[in-house]
Design a protein. Structure first.
Length: 88
């Protein structure tokens, strides 16, 4: 997110994207607190790991697509192929 903010020529857009780093960090810390407080069984921990991996992949794909749109670049090929593979 910070790399995207640094690449933007518009100061307002740069500020919006730069501020997201703090927001993202807050969400990660809140998720960690919830896991530490409520996850007790091994199966619950496994489900948390699976959900985290899935969410991380989705979020990274979203950021790549967003960066392409904002920077006026072609959409990443993986975005189209990932959707096709998800349907299989």
């Amino acid at each position: 997110m910070t790399a995207l903010a640094d690449a933007l020529p518009d100061a307002d857009l740069r500020a919006v994207f730069a501020s997201q780093a703090v927001e993202n960090r807050s969400h990660v810390l809140m998720g960690r607190r919830i896991v530490e407080e409520f996850v007790e069984k091994p199966v619950e921990a496994d489900l948390c790991r699976w959900a985290c991996t899935t969410a991380r992949g989705d979020y990274q794909r979203f950021l790549r697509e967003l960066a392409s749109v904002v920077l006026g670049q072609a959409a990443p090929v993986e975005a189209a192929t990932a959707a096709a593979h998800a349907a299989e």
